[in-house]
Design a binder for this molecule. Structure first.
Ligand SMILES: C[S@@+](CC[C@H](N)C(=O)[O-])C[C@H]1O[C@@H](n2cnc3c(N)ncnc32)[C@H](O)[C@@H]1O
Length: 252
């Protein structure tokens, strides 16, 4: 079985299978300017060593990671609504990061940092184990064609990697408007034993109040898609059986 620190290779090319297609897209002048001017304030360059999150944010606070922040609207809204949290965003689409930077500056947000890199690389190389309080993955690319399902971000090795990076008791929250992706998420989450479904086995969660309406959600809803949230907790005990809290023995 594939290990969480490996990438899945495309057999014909031996190139790793990615959950995204690198596309620069059309960047507006405003996005380009924002990237140039504000990257030093909010951006985090890819590095080969673990980040010191307290140093990065200049304080010790719960760390929420959003993977695939798109144009950043939800991230800005959450960061403003919850100044008590640190928010780290990851997005490979640079025009989206440019758009995010513009909003961060306009709204004088101080509790957000952003990385432009494949989330798998960031998690493997830059995030220590047990460092994150919450991971948010809102409307990951659905890759609807069957031959593209292997590109879906939510796969067992990736979830195991997230499990390592979350603190015990930490939250993994995903949302999607693609029914078969939602069911796939539920199936694979059930196979990663360190996660516990906050809504009870096999149940989708009611939308948590902190989740803003995102762009892709709006698009999905306009197509008549139903939105599903999955909220799981990382078990509060270590994975190895020996470190689980022991049951008190019966004195009889
Ligand atoms: C369908 S969009 C959703 C964007 C946003 N969350 C929303 O709901 O509007 C998915 C985003 O995830 C990004 N993405 C996909 N795979 C990624 C990866 N491995 N690392 C970082 N970003 C990724 C894509 O570039 C895209 O912007």
């Amino acid at each position: 079985m594939l290990h969480k620190n490996q990438f899945i290779d495309e057999p014909s090319t031996h190139r790793p299978i990615r959950s995204f297609v690198r596309r620069e897209g059309r960047m507006t002048k405003g996005q380009k300017d924002a990237l140039q001017r504000y990257w030093p304030r909010y951006g985090v360059d890819t590095q080969e060593s673990y980040l010191d999150l307290d140093a990065l944010f200049g304080r010790n606070a719960p760390c929420v990671l959003e993977i695939g922040l798109g144009m950043g609207d939800a991230l800005v809204e959450m960061a403003l609504a919850h100044p008590e949290n640190n928010y780290l965003g990851i997005e490979v689409y640079r025009p989206g990061v440019g758009a995010l930077l513009k909003k961060l500056v306009a709204q004088e947000v101080t509790n957000v940092r952003v990385i432009t890199e494949d989330a798998t690389v960031v998690l493997q190389r830059m995030i220590r184990d047990d460092a994150l309080d919450t991971v948010l993955i809102f409307f990951p690319d659905p890759w609807p064609k069957k031959r593209h399902h292997k590109r879906r971000l939510i796969q067992i090795p990736f979830l195991e990697l997230l499990g390592d990076k979350l603190k015990p008791g930490g939250v993994l929250h995903m949302a999607t408007d693609w029914e078969d992706y939602a069911r796939h998420m539920m199936v694979v989450m059930n196979q990663v034993t360190e996660f516990i479904n906050a809504a009870g086995e096999n149940n989708f969660s009611t939308r948590p109040v902190y989740r803003p309406l995102t762009r892709f959600e709006q698009r999905g809803m306009s197509l008549g898609h139903e939105v599903r949230d999955l909220v799981f907790n990382k078990a509060a005990y270590e994975r190895s059986i020996s470190s689980k809290p022991s049951t008190p023995s019966n004195p009889e």
